[in-house]
Design a protein around this ligand. Structure first.
Ligand code: PLP
Length: 386
């Protein structure tokens, strides 16, 4: 990587771009070819084939992603869940145990509570914000610690520093889902995590038009994940690689706007009499605010809140808004609004949701690139009509 690629903004534009440019193309072309002419490769995993995630579109986006988080290597795959499942299945096998932070993305929660036990892989849940009892949950067969930088949907910021030192002390792998923060707000490898995961469906692509995932880390770890992925088959199509590569270029400008807008909206909602609680790590009232200030370069574009009133009231509010689109997912240019109990966390049982602190009335907002004044006016009007 060039010495000039110092800042995130420069890396987003220039890292991983083919040199020399292909036929002079400023934007990398799409290599829509499933297979490539044999060129003397010695290993199956080096043959060029879309399922092996190594077309020129894959290689370019791998280099760009690795550069963003100062990783040695990266690999993209068919979804964020493919990234999570590939990592867990690479480093855990029957008889192994791992520790998982409480309150994770619903799909991850389902995978680790429903699918992994059937493969003989067990876990214990730890309080991500308080490390005092972590040692008690440790077992001789514990192999891995799993965290999220900013949790979905309560926007908690766990004790990430303790996570890294705990994993090092006990010789276990530290893995973190960095989807909500994005490399603009947090770079896990710089803080000592072994592997950073992303749903690229969200901020990294940023335009709500693909589903993709990525894993970033040291070369030997990424090679092991890639080989597992090659066998599991969750490869990313070159056209999706191209869209991800294109979306990445504007990540920093998008995130900066989203950090600022979400902070304004969080303050507006917190001061509104119709709102019971707002979860946003940038608010002084947030229990993890001090830690978030210390660890994050920005508080992010996600927030969640509860209205005074019941589930019907929450649904009425969502229905009353004009600008946000009522849809799951997050991290795109358009503001999305959802009630996690009916979308991202609908697979989690009501008891588990309650234990995680996710009320049925909780509303989650992914702030887009609209002007924050227009969004706040919309919310104000929607609240008045509730
Ligand atoms: N991780 C987090 C934090 C998420 O919010 C999601 C999806 O919402 C995922 C992972 C899964 O991503 P994908 O839908 O790309 O599989």
């Amino acid at each position: 990587m060039s010495d000039l690629f110092k800042h995130m903004e420069t890396r987003l534009i220039h890292a991983g771009e083919p040199r020399p440019r292909i036929e002079g193309a400023v934007s990398i072309p799409i290599f829509q070819s499933s297979t490539f002419e044999y060129a003397g490769q010695g290993s199956y995993h080096d043959l060029r084939y879309i399922r092996l995630n190594n077309t020129p579109n894959h290689v370019a986006v791998h280099h760009k992603l690795a550069a963003l988080e100062n990783g040695e290597a990266a690999v993209v795959m068919a979804s964020g869940m493919a990234a999570i499942s590939s990592v867990l299945l690479t480093f855990l096998s029957s008889g192994d145990h791992f520790l998982a932070q409480d309150c994770l993305y619903g799909g991850t929660h389902d995978l680790i509570t429903r699918d992994l036990p059937a493969l003989g892989i067990s876990h214990d849940v730890i309080d991500g914000r308080d490390s005092k009892d972590w040692e008690k949950a440790l077992r001789p067969d514990t192999r891995l610690l799993y965290m999220e930088t900013v949790t979905n949907p309560l926007l908690q910021v766990g004790d990430l520093e303790a996570g890294v030192s705990f994993a090092r002390k006990h010789g276990i792998l530290s893995v973190i889902d960095n989807t909500f923060a994005s490399p603009v707000n947090f770079r896990p490898l710089e803080r000592g995590f072994d592997l950073s995961l992303h749903s690229c469906t969200k901020y990294l692509n940023g335009h709500s038009d693909i589903v993709a995932g990525a894993v970033i880390g040291k070369s030997d770890l990424i090679e092991r994940v890639t080989h597992k992925l090659n066998h599991l088959g969750g490869s990313l199509d070159p056209h999706a690689c191209f869209l991800l590569h294109r979306g990445l270029k504007t990540l920093a400008v998008r995130l900066r706007h989203q950090n600022e807008s979400a902070a304004l909206i969080a303050e507006f909602l917190e001061s509104h009499p119709g709102i019971r609680v707002v979860h946003y790590p940038g608010l002084k009232s947030h229990p993890d605010h001090d830690r978030a200030r210390r660890l994050l370069d920005g508080f992010g574009g996600m927030l969640s809140f509860e209205l005074e009133g019941d589930v019907d009231q929450a649904d009425r509010f969502i229905g009353n808004t004009t600008l946000p689109i009522s849809a799951p997912s997050l991290g795109g240019v358009e503001t999305l609004i959802t009630r996690p109990a009916t979308t991202s966390h609908s697979g989690v049982s009501p008891e588990d949701r309650r234990a995680m602190g996710i009320a049925d009335t909780l509303i989650r907002l992914s702030v887009g690139l609209e002007h924050p004044d227009d969004l706040m006016e919309d919310f104000d009007k929607a609240l008045k009509r509730c």
